[in-house]
Design a protein around this ligand. Sequence first.
Ligand SMILES: [Zn+2]
Ligand SMILES: [Zn+2]
Length: 251
Amino acid sequence: MLLKRLFRPILNFVLPKRCIMCGTFTQTIPHSSEPLGQPSLCTECWQNVSFITDPTCKRCSAPLTFDGDECASCYGIEFHFDAAYAPITYNDAAKRLITQFKHSGRSGYTQLFSPWMKSTIELQNNSYDGIVPVPLHFWRFVKRGYNQATLLAHGIALYNKETHEPIPVLKGALKRIRHTPSQGHKSAGDRAKNIKNSLIANRHIVAGKNLLLIDDVMTTGATLNECARILKEAGAIHVDVLVLARATKTI
Ligand SMILES: [Zn+2]
Ligand SMILES: [Zn+2]
């Protein structure tokens, strides 16, 4: 421990931290307990990350400009998940960070994002039997080398409040059986059609359970809604959604 403290200023000097968004050097705290490899943001970029605060839509977590229960996009829509939560909005800064996280091999960003998601879900005081990452199709997984939702699911590391046991990440709960074209520029209706019947749920893993479904971004909610639908069809009792970033406007 003493050795680590003595070496930290030297390591900080040799390996100064850079902001992952703009590349400027960020200040390091000499005796902080923060791991040396931890990704960090400078003060300016930090301010561009928009943390979601109340009031939010009780169903999709979109920020509300009025004190109510439901946003205009959710009004009259039947979601299969019970509630959705997100720590940040999907603004330009979030888009940049998440694109790097998914497409530039920056899997280490999990260390920055997971604590944000963890704080959001811990505030809810809900209890879950398992955490389910939204799966990638096999070929997309091979191309990327990792599934960002699985990394986030492990990074959140939730514990059961009564037993103090870790809540397991149920990797085999959902499986993609059909490759779906990118959802990027599709309308809400097309996204829902595109994702339909592209996933299967494993009844042996999910039946009778309260689940927390994890993904990086929620835009229209089509993918998460379809995941929740088949999880419930396979016997899951309750499905909540936790994403890193929530689009504030649906397409
Ligand atoms: Zn910066
Ligand atoms: Zn909503």
